[in-house]
Design a protein. Structure first.
Length: 177
């Protein structure tokens, strides 16, 4: 199971990297802005998928042992929604359109929507998704550099919170052992 997860993650990461590489060769400002809007929209899709996954897990986590996890899932769901809002707001500020199209959401997201089979599996899937988000946002921060400090700050803030999320999931996973 771990191998399948890792190879999927690699595919998603490679796809995220493509946009960054395309962006690096553009010269005009408007082209740069378009790339930044694309990156913001990919991140928006990621946040929406993470929000949906955490909501599902929140409602599916049952039993005494699961109540601590359920609280974390709900807290994370709410924070992913806030992240989505910040990204959408920034897209509009840059003259773009936030893409909320559910038909293409999963394709555009870096992270996956995994239903999870039982509590341990749910926590594991969330941890994998957080790690994908961390890697992809870190790359985006590096790519943006000094070109757009406002967008970079948004990604830095979100990145810090995803690191907390990953830490929370790792802690829950440890607690099950
Ligand atoms: Fe998030
Ligand atoms: Fe997160």
């Amino acid at each position: 199971m771990t191998f399948v997860q890792l190879s999927d993650k690699q595919t998603l990461r490679d796809r995220a990297r493509q946009h960054v590489e395309n962006g690096a060769v553009t010269e005009s400002y408007s082209a740069d802005r378009e790339v930044v809007i694309n990156l913001l929209n990919e991140a928006l899709a990621t946040e929406l998928v993470c929000w949906l996954r955490y909501k599902r897990h929140y409602y599916m986590a049952s039993g005494v042992k699961a109540s601590l996890a359920a609280d974390e899932f709900l807290e994370h769901a709410n924070e992913e929604q806030e992240h989505a809002d910040r990204l959408a707001e920034r897209i509009v500020q840059l003259g773009g359109e936030p893409d909320f199209n559910p038909d293409t959401l999963v394709e555009r997201s870096h992270a996956q929507y995994a239903e999870g089979n039982g509590l341990r599996d749910m926590i594991f899937e969330n941890l994998v998704s957080e790690r994908i988000a961390i890697d992809s946002y870190r790359e985006i921060v590096q790519f943006i550099g000094d070109k757009d400090p406002t967008t970079r700050r948004i990604f830095e803030d979100i990145l810090a919170q995803e690191e907390e999320h990953a830490d929370d999931m790792a802690g829950l996973l440890d607690g099950l052992n």
